[in-house]
Design a protein around this ligand. Structure first.
Ligand code: NAP
Ligand code: GLV
Length: 309
């Protein structure tokens, strides 16, 4: 069996070493053009040339949860695409989103400004009932985030493509459920995959449906959000602010207004990082299962190219 590693932006050596530890008797190599055909590939943003040269792949293991960039490439027709199934990401996402929600709800930025200017003063506590959170996407990450926020006693709504049940979460689904979901939500969290249906989903029309004084947290992909619409609605006062971890262009261009907007907090696409050890262990366990005869289609994280996630 042969495994190739081809991840743009990742240091290959520790990944290849980790995979070799899992498969000491097999061939595991960092890809170089002209390499003989492999059975499995571990990838992130691979060049099209790599895919063109690998017609025999049984599976492409993406070392991230989102496969939007990978699905834009011409993939070997027989290869299954397998995305990361949590692998330590959901707890990071729950931490990040809870932090953003609580920072806004408890006005921690305001307190920090006060303290830095030598002011000891109190703000009237908000009521949780006035800050319902809505999580778009109730998959591996969204469900964990929704459950975590419900543990803090926030009213939590969730929205998914197909109907879901999550304890402590009021669930909405499908296009027909979106308007009610938005109208019931004040703090909107985006954890959708980027697909043709979800691109630009947070536009002026959708954001205007949120409760007045809304807050937006985008931790999915930059192209879910129409940047100018968010800024216009913040400037009009309908939206109180935003925490954004993902952007249409990354790194965020230096002239982009998000950098300096006083009501927008940004981070550099870091809300849930790929953790190397967990990721290698998950991929290795799946390769072993396939080699023992388990159908690839039954693995967790297999992408349906028709749905785009
Ligand atoms: P997932 O398990 O595939 O969950 C996707 C969820 O979105 C599902 O609940 C799905 O509905 C819902 N959905 C998809 N299309 C929809 C539509 N048109 N309308 C309504 N709901 C729709 O994905 P995940 O692992 O939670 O990851 C979500 C995304 O987070 C990734 O695709 C990636 O882009 C992003 N991400 C970002 C970071 C970061 O660091 N910022 C890290 C990891 C992942 P069903 O339940 O009905 O299928
Ligand atoms: C990161 O954004 C991922 O998709 O894993």
């Amino acid at each position: 069996m042969k495994i190739l590693f081809c991840c743009t932006g990742a240091k290959a050596d520790p990944w290849v070493a980790g995979l070799r530890t899992e498969f000491p008797a097999e061939s595991v190599e960092d890809w170089a053009s002209g390499a003989p055909p492999a059975d499995y590939a571990v990838v992130w943003a691979p060049p099209q040339k790599f895919l063109n040269e690998q017609p025999q792949l049984k599976a492409l293991f993406n070392i991230g949860a989102g496969v939007d960039a990978l699905l834009k490439l011409r993939l070997p027709p027989e290869a299954a695409v397998v995305r990361l199934d949590d692998a330590g990401m959901s707890v990071q996402m729950a931490e990040y989103v809870s932090h953003a929600v609580i920072r806004h709800f408890r006005e921690l930025d305001g307190y920090e400004d006060d303290i830095r200017s030598g002011k000891w003063s109190y703000r009237k506590p908000h009521l949780r009932a006035d800050f319902p959170v809505g999580v778009m996407g109730l998959g591996v990450l969204g469900e964990r985030v929704a459950r975590t926020l419900a543990q803090f006693d926030f009213p939590v709504n969730g929205w998914s493509r197909s109907p879901r049940r999550v304890e402590g979460v009021q669930c909405f689904s499908g296009e027909s459920g979106m308007a009610d979901f938005l109208a019931a939500t004040r703090i909107l969290v985006c954890l959708l995959p980027l697909t043709p249906e979800t691109e630009n989903i947070m536009d002026r029309e959708a954001l205007a449906r949120l409760r007045p004084g809304a807050y937006v947290i985008n931790v999915a992909r930059g192209a879910h959000l129409v940047d100018d619409d968010l800024i216009a609605l913040i400037n009009s006062g309908h939206i109180a602010g935003a925490t954004l971890d993902v952007f249409r262009t990354e790194p965020l261009p230096s002239e982009h207004p998000f950098w300096k907007h006083p009501k927008i907090n940004i981070t550099p696409h870091t809300s849930a990082r790929t953790l190397r050890e967990e990721t290698i262990a998950q991929i290795a366990q799946k390769i072993r299962a396939v080699e023992k005869g388990v159908p690839i289609a039954s693995l967790a994280g297999v992408v349906d190219p028709k749905k785009g996630y």
